[in-house]
Design a protein around this ligand. Sequence first.
Ligand code: AMP
Ligand code: ZN
Length: 110
Amino acid sequence: MNCIFCKIIAGEIPSTILGANDEAIAIADLNPMAPTHVLVMPRTHAANFAAYLRERPEGLGALFALAAEIGERCGDGYRFVVNTGSDGGQTVEHLHVHVLGGRAMQWPPG
Ligand code: AMP
Ligand code: ZN
């Protein structure tokens, strides 16, 4: 499968790993949109949130535990974003939670 995040997880493409547990890894986003911009992704491939829930529902808690661990490092709050599909702005079809922090976020989002 030609998935860039699977290649990162396999160590075939370099990345900056900022955290990990048995279910998921956290890497620095290559094109950060905030002082903290981390991608938390399951180690097993799932194209999006619905597929992950179907294929690996037991992983959900650990995935979000890692995302929360990264977010709590920000101190003053943070935001989770899961872009899904073309209208959702998803560009990499391997589920990932963006953890954004280190500045005040805008609302509503664009
Ligand atoms: P999305 O648009 O929600 O699918 O998010 C994909 C994210 O992956 C974007 O924020 C990209 O900057 C990021 N990205 C793409 N390739 C890499 C990479 N090799 N290492 C780290 N982040 C990446
Ligand atoms: Zn993948």
